[in-house]
Write a new protein. Structure first.
Lengths: 151, 151
DNA sequence: TATATTTGCATCGTGTACGATATAATTCAA
DNA sequence: TTGAATTATATCGTACACGATGCAAATATA
């Protein structure tokens, strides 16, 4: 029995599980909006700035086109976005919000607080969560650079 | 523009991205073993204790049978585990390591240190990572209880 | 003890993730 | 300027995740 292979010693398993649990926590809040969690992320990117290229969204969410293209196609079918071929550069695809997609922001703005409310008075202080965010940013920065080192 | 909908303010997005990046970091280490990251988790559970029920593994990894059953079937086809119907209780399925599955532990024991080595001298101290783990545990504990409150 | 309920697992359908490959538009180079 | 590399997306195949449903074995109940 190797100590380093114990599940409880795996930071990665914690992050993996926390990620799934958070997505599940979002589900009941996003279902009324007709969004999955990854789609909600795309919408946040577009609410921040409309009319973005597929590549822009890829960069922002750190997802590749092989994940985003089908997702955007589903969102287009749902009437949330429109995909138009680039005029200047014919290879590009521009993603824009529809009126429906824009309106959804009003409903979505309640989602974050709904999720946070459930965590009030439960022992996690804001300070802990800020530190969590900072450490994750550091960790991701490292993984970003070590990944590049492999090329 | 609602401040609470800014992507950079989303703790969940950080955890979601960190989880994907970590899985990607594991990939080149696990590929020689013929394992995906979720399969590696199953193997860790079985290396800790052989001959476990599907339900035991589900509980440990917080995954449902609709995820694990197909995964275990693939692993059985790869010759890593054997699934046998429970004798005492005919509904149960017992998952056991094959000789090949056992042997894999010897190779796998190098994986965690390989991953950690790349992070040496990069600014994240062990203390930060321990705090990260603690906060995540607290967070998951909260989500566990608030989820139950919905029933 | 016959039937209703529960339990443990499997199956199905949809939506991500992601490596690999394809394709068309653009740019580079000879 | 024409063919070769590059770039921006798209498509394909495989493997998760997970809600919903199915099913047989076990248990509870009348």
């Amino acid at each position: 029995m190797y100590e380093q292979l114990r599940l409880d010693n795996q930071l990665c398993f914690r992050i993996y599980t926390a990620s799934r649990m958070l997505t599940q926590a979002y589900r009941p809040l996003l279902e009324p909006l007709g969004l999955t969690y990854p789609q909600y992320l795309v919408m946040m990117v577009l609410w921040e700035k409309d009319n973005q290229l597929v590549g822009d969204i890829c960069q922002r969410l750190r997802l590749d086109t092989n994940t985003l293209t089908p997702m955007l196609q589903r969102m287009e079918k749902e009437g949330l976005v429109i995909r138009t071929r680039g005029i200047a550069d014919g290879r590009q695809t521009l993603v824009s919000l529809t009126r429906k997609g824009h309106r959804l922001e009003e409903q979505a703005k309640e989602v974050p607080s709904c999720l946070t409310r459930g965590m009030q008075d439960t022992g996690v202080c804001t300070e802990d969560l800020l530190r969590l965010a900072t450490t994750l940013d550091t960790l991701m920065g490292i993984m970003e650079t070590t990944k590049e080192g492999q090329h």
